[in-house]
Each structure stands twice: as C-alpha cells, then as structure tokens.
Design a protein around this ligand. Structure first.
Ligand SMILES: *Cc1c(COP(=O)(O)O)cnc(C)c1O
Length: 239
C-alpha cells in the first residue's frame, strides 16, 4: 500500500470505530448511520483511494473543485453529495454529477435545480439545509432556511419535477442559542424531521455531524454524518 493509502485506512478505521461506539451508546444499529466523507480541497487520487477502502458516499462544497474531481472519478461506485452554498449559475454543472444536494435553502434554488435536473434527465435527491442560527432575515450565516420556512420549501421541492425531497441537513451553529450546544441543535433538527415526515414520509434523511461532533449527531438520531478532516487530515486552506 502507498503511504497515503495507509494513512487514509487508519483514519477511516478510527472514524468507523467512533461511529460504531456512538451507535452502540445510543442503542442504534450501525447500519442506520451512513458515513459521507467530505473530500473538499483533496485531490481525485484521494477519492479513488477512499473508494478502494470501501467508502461509497463523498461530499463536496464548491462546484469549481467538485466538477473535475467527479469527472475524474466517474468510473467509481460513488454517490456524490453537494453540501456547499449553491449559486443558481452553478446548478447546471452540479446536477451533472451530484446525486444529492444537501444545501437547498431557497425557492429560487428549487426552481433552478428542477429545471436543470429535468434537462439532464436526472432525479436529484434534495435535503433542505436548516439554519438553526437564522436571524430575522430568515437565513443563516452559512446558508440555510429558518425552521419556520421548512414546511413551505419542502412543499416546493416535493412538487418540483426532477427533484425528490430526501430530508434535512444542518451544520451546528457557531452563534445564537445553539452555539456550543451541538447535541441540542441536532435534536432540534430531529424534531423538525419528525414534523416533516408527517406530510412527506419518504424524506427520511437527517444529515448532521462532522469530524468534531459526529457522536452528538448519532446520539440525536442522524442518519448521515459528513466527515472531512478526521479522515483526510486538516485542510490546507479554508473550504
Ligand atoms: C467541510 C464540511 C464538513 C466536514 O467538516 P470536517 O470538520 O472536516 O469534518 C461537513 N459538512 C459541511 C457542510 C462542510 O462544508
């Protein structure tokens, strides 16, 4: 094995152990939690190694980086998640490789995703990104729709051709009432998911938890954790 493969294998084993321990502590089955490895800022060669090591879900947050990487890895059995703030002028590119967009947070984006998914002849899984730190503007600092806006936006996605409402996503807030209270934030997301599933029973995905707080997410009931630096290493630049 190459050094990099050894390194990624060891990191992956540690993360896998953390997820398994968190599932055991919460009385959940390990199969109920899916690991998504966030490969942003890392090269396609790392994605290839991860696939060899059994990773099946990867995530990216910038189309400029993700599009060429996904193209270079199109032979691999991977599901691609887009998790970054998304501008409508990037949507046409993103729908070509993304299986899921986890950062749907406004109606204009829903319209654009629907139009381009239809044009590409693809069905796109959509998660609404919930901003638990949303201020009076109704939007979070890092994107996301306020909890009060979830139901309306969910209805738009559910009625949009080419889109499938898959669930909810959040990032633990750095400000506001949930700052430093990751588990409470993730429990709030779970409550919103429970509400959402009353009208949209198939929207079962709950994406929460990153390298620093995956245990809290699993304890709260997350179905998907998004882990970057704990697998790939500390990122060389902000991403
Ligand atoms: C970068 C990123 C992650 C992973 O963060 P780490 O702390 O590196 O695990 C998860 N979710 C989103 C939306 C991200 O942008």
């Amino acid at each position: 094995m190459t050094d990099r493969k050894d390194e990624l294998a060891a990191n992956l084993a540690k993360v896998e152990r953390r997820i398994a321990d968190a599932c055991a502590a919460a009385g959940r089955s390990r199969e109920d939690v899916t690991l998504i490895v966030v490969t942003k800022t890392y090269p396609a060669s790392d994605v290839r190694i991860l696939a060899e090591l059994g990773v099946r879900h990867v995530a990216e947050n910038r189309d400029q980086d993700a599009a060429p990487k996904a193209a270079a890895c199109s032979d691999l059995p991977l599901t691609w998640h887009f998790v970054g703030q998304l501008q409508t002028n990037k949507v046409r590119s993103v729908v070509n490789y993304a299986d899921f967009v986890q950062s749907v947070d406004r109606s204009r984006l829903v319209t654009a995703l629907s139009k381009e998914a239809e044009r590409a002849g693809r069905e796109l899984g959509c998660l609404l990104q919930v901003a638990l730190d949303a201020g009076v503007s109704g939007r979070g600092e890092r994107g996301g729709v306020a909890p009060e806006g979830v139901e309306e936006l969910a209805g738009l996605v559910a009625g949009a051709p080419g889109l499938r409402l898959a669930g909810l996503m959040t990032v633990a807030p750095l400000t506001g009432e949930y700052a430093g209270r990751e588990q409470a934030a993730f429990e709030r997301l779970m409550d919103l998911s429970t509400d959402l599933r009353r009208s949209h029973p198939a929207a079962t995905m709950v994406s929460a938890g990153m390298s620093a707080d995956l245990e809290q997410a699993v304890a709260a009931g997350a179905t998907h954790v998004r882990v970057g630096s704990a697998v790939l290493g500390v990122r060389p630049r902000l991403g």
